[in-house]
Design a protein. Structure first.
Length: 138
């Protein structure tokens, strides 16, 4: 009888902890994705300066992915996907505004960039100025 009571208490505690753990996982996925995107944007500015060639950032909201392209040769430098079973982030939203951005060797981009990402009810916004200053906010 005591074993059934203990198992019942453990079951109730597990049922209460489940939604909290799910929320924590969603927040961690969104936070990690924001860190990766921020690092990739900083890398795009650095690659453009280092190669002395413009780099194009092209995003696709439908596939929740983006790619960096050498604008001169058309070679894809990096592809990053945040959706599907192969992604550890599994974002429910990834929107770049504008969807195409050029980064020039001088360290200036063609327009300011805003990236909105979310995993469930938790989201982040990444802003990049034309001078390459990148900021993450809620």
């Amino acid at each position: 009888m005591e074993v059934l009571v203990v198992l019942g208490i453990i079951g109730i505690l597990a049922a209460m902890a489940g939604p909290a753990m799910s929320r924590i996982v969603r927040h961690q996925r969104a936070n990690r994705a924001a860190m990766v995107i921020t690092a990739d944007l900083q890398n795009a500015f650095a690659v453009a300066a280092r190669q002395r060639e413009p780099v194009r950032i092209q995003a696709d909201a439908a596939t929740r992915s983006y790619q960096f392209i050498d604008r001169k040769t058309g070679n894809v430098l990096r592809i990053r996907t945040f959706y599907g079973d192969t992604s550890e982030y599994r974002l429910t939203q990834l929107v770049f505004n504008p969807t195409t951005l050029d980064v020039f060797p001088s360290g200036v981009s063609s327009a300011p960039l805003t990236v909105t990402l979310a995993n469930g009810d938790y989201g982040k916004t990444i802003s990049a100025s034309t001078a390459g200053f990148i900021r993450v906010s809620h």
